[in-house]
Design a protein around this ligand. Sequence first.
Ligand code: MSP
Length: 681
Amino acid sequence: MPRFFLTTAIDYVNSRPHLGTAYEKITADVIARFARMRGLDTLFVMGNDEHSQNVFRKAREMGLDPVAYCDRMEDEFRGVWRALDISFDDFVRTTEARHRVAVERIVQRMYEAGDVYEGAYEGWYCVSCEAFKQEKDLVEGLCPVHRTRPEWIREKNYFFRLSKYTQPLRDHFAAHPEFLQPDVRRNEILRLLEGGLEDISISRAGQAWGIALPFDPQSVVYVWVDALINYITAVGYGQDEERFRTWWPADLHVIGKDITRFHCVIWPAMLMSAGEALPRQVYGHGWVHFRGEKMSKSLGTAVEPLDAVGKFGPDPLRLFLVKEIPYGGDGDFSWERFEERYNADLANNLGNLVSRVAAMVDRYRGGRLQARGGGALAGLAASARAQALDAMTRFALHEAVAAAYAVIGATNEFIAQAEPWVLAKSPDKASHLDEVLYEAAEATRIASALLWPVMPDSVAEILRRLGHPFDPRAPRFDDTQWIASGERHVIKAEALWPRLDTTGATPVPVRTSVTDPSTPVPEFVPGPAPTPASAEQATPPAIPAADAAAAPATPAPAPAAAEPQAPTSVPADDRLGIDEFMRLDLRVARVLEAERVPKSKKLVKMRIDVGSEERTIVAGIAEAYEPEALVGRTIAIVANLKPAKLMGIESNGMVLAASPEGGKPELLSFVDPPAPGTRIR
Ligand code: MSP
């Protein structure tokens, strides 16, 4: 079986993991799980970096022996990783005996190769970076990363002839363009190599916290050199030759963008010196910020990952980070955005789809379906599968998720168009209903299985409900093909992700009785639309609310058009200038919920997703559309109208529909529905 060995950076343990360090482990976990899904014999290694001076100082501050402190922190880190469902296979601590053996062995090899010599270092050292700094690295005398004054140190050090490896490294980069990805990081290192490398200090004198040099026990190995070696410790270097030869070189080191120089210059040069193969690839991901700020404990901008997990379980957080941040770039986290995406991607989209499909199969077919070939959705699912595979091989994790979501969106749309609730009323449409239900169920199963590496626990539950005919806890990539034979047993159950009321502080789902299985999330029908505190003083309605039945098919004419314009701005020939037209914010939206407005013949109240937010909109289309048929449908709206009250309900925007003279309104629709929020012009 082909093997895949991947690692993450090992974390300093002077503080608990935060969302930034967790991001790295989550994304590496997605890569590891995808590798397992493809049948690769996968070894996924993480660990803790314990020999840093900050760790030593922290332990002392707490009155603890440093090893005892590190033991405690190991529990804390493992606890967080468990809560985030990180499936690592091994965890290396740099204070472990197996690691000391590996460090001594490789440092001795480098020494024997004539690449280590004694010298004296005098200069700056930033303890927080654990890095020697040159004057040119400082900004106004401070470390630019930590904004602290580095320490001036003068001590006997052993140096590594890094300069000797300048050309071999250039050659390696030229022969292996894939070695460091994404390209933006690779270019940074190529520029560094162009300038030539200087020898580096690889030991510290006068410290007891660290691993002693085998050839001079008075000095300890510099913490970065110590830490990098963890990658070979994990596979038995210096202890288990067979295991080492089986697994080394690593296929992938996943690290943050700030530490590429250590991994792509120093580490490969150390391996070259010791005569070992280089890792095949290094991926330098971007940083997660909190509301645009660097995550930092002292600034109060470090997000505690367990806060999100406690409320929602690990999967919504994992999805948010992987879906919203293009892998390789920087991203931003805020609670508002997280909850917004939770509602949009999970409650309203995937969760709603699973509930609708299961409820309809339950109601119309007693939970049983006969598998069969599919139509358009089968083609879309096959191409999503191919796209996801291609994206994952390029580490475009966000694209793989988007491919699965394209199928989810299309399946929701398919249900709205096929109207199974109408088919169910005609016995002669029974066979067509069978086809529609299976097509929707199978497309949902495939899209969900593609999301398994990102949301392992929730997807296992979805697969169980949809009668996935293999182990739902460990789906294989092969299982994401369309299955055209056999019987399927679909189970209707609780809503997976009840929608959050984001207008209030506490997210409490409102549950009422089930009326029709074709309505979204049958077990969960939201209560009255949240009314902003200011709604009572909302702008007066543009049309009188008193006689809503007389309302036109599309309520609330655009105030922009209704309000008298200053004469100078009215073009002489009465046509609009492009600037005027562009003031209209026309958007694609998706209907999440729909219900008739009581006591009105014409009005339907809808909850819609406009991409960046959800809102309530009221439209005079009840004579033309059943509310059930509207749910999941993609519509066009004018998004920037002032709110108008219709039958006491605040409508935020106007639905676009063709309104033939004397006929019923017909909603604008799309052949290939774009994502909610897409601008129409
Ligand atoms: N101990 C070193 C790594 C040694 S690897 C041989 C170290 N530790 S760290 O705790 O500071 O960072 C661990 C990892 O988390 C690094 O890859 C770092 O880039 C990453 N991140 C730290 N903060 C981060 C964000 N805010 N966002 C994303 N990743 C971040 O460096």
